[in-house]
Design a protein around this ligand. Structure first.
Ligand code: CP
Ligand code: NVA
Length: 307
């Protein structure tokens, strides 16, 4: 994994196909305990301007398990919250930290941070992408089927950050991806184009407004909240539009008999996913959440060159 040393992860598509598959392999080894790389004295900063449970805790635990430290630099406790410019913050934190994971609104903000900082910058979620989530999702899919070959993933719901990284990640990994969103909530066309280009010759990318067509024979059904952080004001008004895209038993019955159900969490039970499906035998939600730890530990080990 030498090629990832010192690198940023701003988009899942920053990785090559080989790097993505090697990261998943390393994550599998870390999870099994057959590899225990260490990077003592390395410090990861968490610069989060939005709430987080999984990303914050899994990055922290991963770093501790690698023998390093974490500093929680959320916007409320730093001058970021008082408007210190990104370019200035980046140049200062660059002098203290070994890597930084940033959760914010605009993708342009983390791109600017990365431009001014020489340390690795990790996208811990922006409005455009959530690449770390997709590392865990692909790991979970691979564990469930023993391979990523000849599989189809179907995402139902909002054409949001998770949908974008899922499309790009599946395209890179050679997993067929179908995305079904209501009219007015499509994925970003530039991301769709990029996913189609990445998938060419390996797998397919399909976009449809028909959720039932999207899940036919699929191996994994995936959803996310209908209103992301920042869109909360629209949460109530979106419900009727998104209702046909709910993952429930009726829609799950159209998928492959062995299909698994994924959700990045947190979930709104009764909206994008029913309680029964979340708690049912095809749900892999808790394995998926656990895999955030193993996948991000692999990422940190690679970019910090843990040995
Ligand atoms: N899935 C995810 O990123 O969860 P958090 O918002 O809790 O970090
Ligand atoms: N799409 C969601 C994901 C949360 C992990 C959001 O951005 O709020």
């Amino acid at each position: 994994m030498d090629s990832l040393k010192g690198r940023d992860l701003l988009s899942i598509a920053d990785l090559t196909r080989t790097e993505l598959l090697e990261l998943l392999e390393l994550a599998t080894q870390l999870k099994a305990g057959t590899s225990q790389p260490q990077c003592p004295n390395k410090v990861l900063g968490l610069v989060f301007s939005k709430a987080s449970t999984r990303t914050r805790v899994s990055f922290s635990v991963a770093m501790y398990q690698l023998g390093g430290q974490v500093l929680d630099l959320n916007a409320g406790v730093t001058q970021v919250g008082r408007g210190e410019p990104t370019a200035d913050t980046a140049r200062v934190l660059d002098r203290y930290l070994d890597a930084v994971a940033i959760r914010t609104f605009k993708q342009a903000e983390i791109e600017e941070f990365a431009q001014y900082a020489s340390i690795p910058v990790i996208n811990a979620l922006t409005d455009l992408e959530h690449p770390c989530q997709i590392l865990a999702d692909l790991l979970t899919l691979k564990e469930a089927f023993g391979t990523l070959d000849n599989l189809t993933m179907s995402y139902l719901g909002d054409g949001n950050n998770v949908a974008h990284s899922l499309m790009l990640g599946c395209a890179l990994a050679g997993v067929n991806i179908r995305v079904s969103t209501p009219d007015g909530y499509p994925p970003n066309p530039a991301i769709v184009k990029q996913a189609v280009e990445l998938a060419a010759g390996h797998s397919t990318v399909e976009i449809t407004t028909d959720p039932r067509a999207a899940v036919q024979g699929s191996h994994a059904l995936y959803t996310d909240v209908w209103a992301s952080m920042g869109d909360e004001a629209e949460a109530e008004s979106r419900i009727p539009t998104f209702q046909p895209y709910q993952i429930n038993q009726d829609i799950l019955d159209l998928a492959d008999n062995e299909a698994i159900v994924l959700h990045c969490l947190p979930a709104h039970r009764g909206e994008e996913i029913t309680h029964d499906v979340m708690e049912g035998p095809q749900s892999r939600l808790w394995d998926q959440a656990e895999n955030r730890l193993h996948a991000q530990k692999a990422l940190l080990a690679a970019i910090l060159n843990a040995t």
